[in-house]
Design a protein around this ligand. Structure first.
Ligand code: PLP
Length: 455
């Protein structure tokens, strides 16, 4: 009998997160203070984050112990299963072996709970009472709403307005877990009010929602801000995915030639690939390919310059060196809300610059075509974000069919699409359209990049 699922016993689960910082062949460029342009120091971040997370942001330690309280909650939804996609392989008539690690079985439906639980824990431990945050499609909002509830924290979520209107079920989920959720731009903050004055019909963007959540956090002593992607500590918490996958691939007696994940801010991708990349960096697996997949409508890695930019629209966050479309980028309304971010994690950006990973941008309709093929073979209806990874996984498997190579592909499957059925309906009825990112948009986006002296 062929084995289609690889499990792990909870007693064998990794108890440490993997930190790639000390293993990078060149150090990560400094984050800069938005006011002075000087390298950011831990106290600069103290109004926003608990010190434990700030220290993780800079940590020189290769492994960081997962606190017992966090492990206990991980044990309610992890280890996630590693699947072998036999039925998809057969449908593609490919010689490739396709594995995917499915993060959609967490209670919140995506990988985001991995960091939400950790962030809520460290905030609680430092006496914080309330968390403010933003959410795009609502996956992060639901994850942090649940994380906060488990640690008895209040939670206020600024949700990008287009998703708030398109995806009411995510809002209801957040409210069920006890969070307060408002559409962004909202009248609750200056950043929101300014935008509403400029454009009352503004659809919102992740960058703008971040401005609102950051402003909320810095204006109250009992509140910290929480970010669901991009930052080093978020990628760190997500490495539980790749660390588990390594143990499961050992059970399968296999090793990936190609790793694939979708990228919005880079956290599920980073979480899967960082624990494997150390073998590429060390020279043990020089030929391993690592592919980040983004939407053509929001192509930071494939089209953006690698430069310092703000993480948000209002320019409140530190300056991060990253591939960016400009902090005031307003993305087209594609369904993969979690991938509509202007920037990219500094770690993922740095790896791309160093040539350790590659990037591809794919158009929306083709991602749904792949997602439907995946649903019809593997059974899982995937999040529109995950469909991006599935698209490129299928493309690589089809290349193997041409060449006859039996490559091993390992994909991070970031979450289910149970709340994205309207998008599937649009695809199935032929109404879904592609958006490409024009050169005019690119120029406009880049006109407002911050000028950083000497950088
Ligand atoms: C948020 C999200 C993403 C994108 O965020 P990353 O930080 O790039 O992982 C991808 N897939 C799903 C299901 C998400 O919820």
């Amino acid at each position: 009998m062929k084995r289609a699922m690889y499990f792990l016993d909870q007693k064998d689960m990794p108890t440490k997160w993997y930190n790639i910082l000390p293993d990078l062949p060149e150090p990560l460029p400094d984050a800069l203070h938005p006011g002075t342009g000087n390298p950011l120091t831990p106290p600069d971040l103290a109004p926003l984050f608990p010190m434990a997370l700030i220290m993780q942001e800079y940590s020189p330690e290769r492994y960081i112990e997962i606190p017992d309280e966090v492990q206990e909650i991980y044990h309610t939804f992890r280890p996630s299963i590693l699947h072998r996609a036999y039925r998809l392989e057969k449908a593609l008539d490919t010689s490739a072996k396709i594995y995917y690690k499915y993060e959609g079985t967490s209670q919140a439906g995506s990988h985001k709970l991995n960091t939400a639980v950790a962030q809520a824990y460290y905030n609680k431990k430092e006496g914080i009472k309330r968390i403010s945050t933003e959410t795009g499609a609502g996956q992060w909002g639901s994850a942090i709403a649940m994380g906060c509830k488990f640690f008895d924290l209040e939670c206020k979520v600024y949700m990008v307005k287009i998703s708030y209107n398109q995806k009411p079920y995510r809002r209801i989920l957040m409210e069920t877990w006890g969070a307060t959720c408002v559409p962004s731009p909202s009248p609750d903050t200056k950043a929101g009010r300014d935008m509403l004055a400029k454009d009352p019909n503004c659809n919102g963007s992740l960058g703008l929602a971040i401005s609102e959540a950051v402003e909320d956090a810095v204006s109250r002593d009992d509140t910290h801000y929480s970010l669901g992607s991009v930052l080093n500590h978020v990628l760190l918490h997500q490495t539980i995915i790749g660390e588990e996958a390594r143990l499961q691939m050992e059970k399968a007696d296999d090793y990936p030639d190609i790793l694939i994940g979708c990228v919005g801010g880079g956290s599920n991708f980073g979480g899967m690939v960082l624990p494997w990349l150390r073998d590429k960096i060390s020279g043990a697996k020089p030929k391993m390919r690592v592919i980040a997949v983004e939407p053509q409508a929001s192509p930071s890695l494939t089209k953006g310059p690698y430069t310092y930019d703000f993480g948000d629209v209002a320019g409140l966050t530190p300056l991060l060196k990253m591939y960016t479309l400009g902090h005031d980028f307003m993305p087209a309304p594609v369904h993969a809300g979690g991938l509509r971010y202007h920037g990219m994690s500094p770690i993922v950006s740095h790896l791309c610059k160093l040539g350790l990973i590659e990037a591809q941008a794919v158009p929306q309709v083709a991602t749904f075509e792949a997602g439907v093929q995946f649903a019809r073979t593997e059974g899982i209806v995937s999040a529109p974000e995950a469909n991006h990874a599935i698209r490129v996984t299928i493309d690589e498997a089809l290349k193997c069919r041409e060449t006859g190579e039996a490559k091993t592909i390992l994909m991070c499957h970031s979450g289910h699409g149970n709340f994205d059925l309207t998008a599937y309906d649009e695809y199935l009825s032929g109404r879904l359209q592609d958006y490409t990112f024009s050169d005019t948009e690119m120029k406009k986006a880049l006109d407002n990049l911050p000028k950083v002296p000497g950088k």
